[in-house]
Write a protein that binds this ligand. Structure first.
Ligand code: SF4
Length: 242
């Protein structure tokens, strides 16, 4: 460090989080739908060996952290990860990395293609990790009702489901809204239907927009819903609870 004042908030947005020891940072990455190929892992392994202490840590939201990075190495590391196609993870009042289990890509219980839904959320709807919002906001996708990504305790939790009311017993998506963890955890409530992929994308878009426009700073969706009332929230997004 050369005596310059460190802008910790900007570094956080770039994926470098201040550690408890002065001058040390943790690189946090995000894995799209929990997936990396071997070249990404090799690059992170190289960075851990060359710039840090040779260890990595897996986050609970499908990212990798490389701790013990020196401030003066951050720009070089950022250039290397960008070149390798590795995206930085984030923290703070933003959309967190959307997490997904494998779904029917290889899990034998998977009913839906979780990776395709993830891709459509990010690239078709533009609801991408790091979007600025009033507070942290989490979306999770599971391939079946086992809900391995814990749909009921995230702002938006989605899981593959069979629509038993459909004449062909169609496969679609169940949706939970308004859950969260943290110091004031809440269990989300389930919407009334099993939705198509297009319908579930529209619900995600409506809920994120509603949250962005109506939540106070540092107010999670669960607390916003409690403040305005669940019925008013459902009316605003045009949905019904189970
Ligand atoms: S939620 Fe279902 S599809 Fe996803 S990993 Fe768990 S069991 Fe497999």
């Amino acid at each position: 460090m050369d005596g310059k004042k460190i802008d910790y908030d900007t570094l956080k947005k770039r994926g470098f989080l201040q550690e408890k020891e002065e001058g040390l940072f943790t690189l946090r990455t995000r894995m799209p739908a929990g997936n990396y190929d071997s070249s990404h892992l090799e690059k992170l392994s190289e960075i851990a060996d060359e710039y840090a202490r040779g260890m990595v840590h897996l986050t609970v939201r499908q990212g990798i952290e490389v701790p013990f990075i020196k401030y003066e190495d951050i720009d070089k590391i950022e250039a290397e990860i960008n070149k390798a196609g590795i995206t930085a993870g984030i923290s703070g009042p933003r959309l967190r990395a959307t997490t997904a289990c494998p779904g029917n890509n290889w899990c034998k219980r998977g009913l839906v293609d979780t990776f395709t839904l993830f891709d459509r959320i990010e690239n078709e709807k533009g609801i991408k990790c790091a979007m600025d919002l009033p507070h942290k906001f989490k979306i999770v996708v599971s391939g079946c009702p086992n809900m391995c990504t814990r749909a009921e305790v995230s702002e938006i939790g989605i899981h593959g489901a069979v629509d038993i009311n459909h004449p062909e017993k169609r496969t679609g998506y169940a949706v939970y809204l308004g859950g969260c963890g943290g110091r004031a955890p809440r269990t989300g409530f389930k919407l009334s239907k099993v939705y198509t992929e297009d319908e579930v994308l529209d619900i995600i878009e409506k809920v994120v927009k509603f949250f962005k426009e109506n939540a106070k700073s540092r107010q999670r969706l669960a607390l916003l819903i409690e403040e305005i009332g669940r019925d008013n929230f459902l009316k605003a997004i045009g949905e019904e609870a189970e």
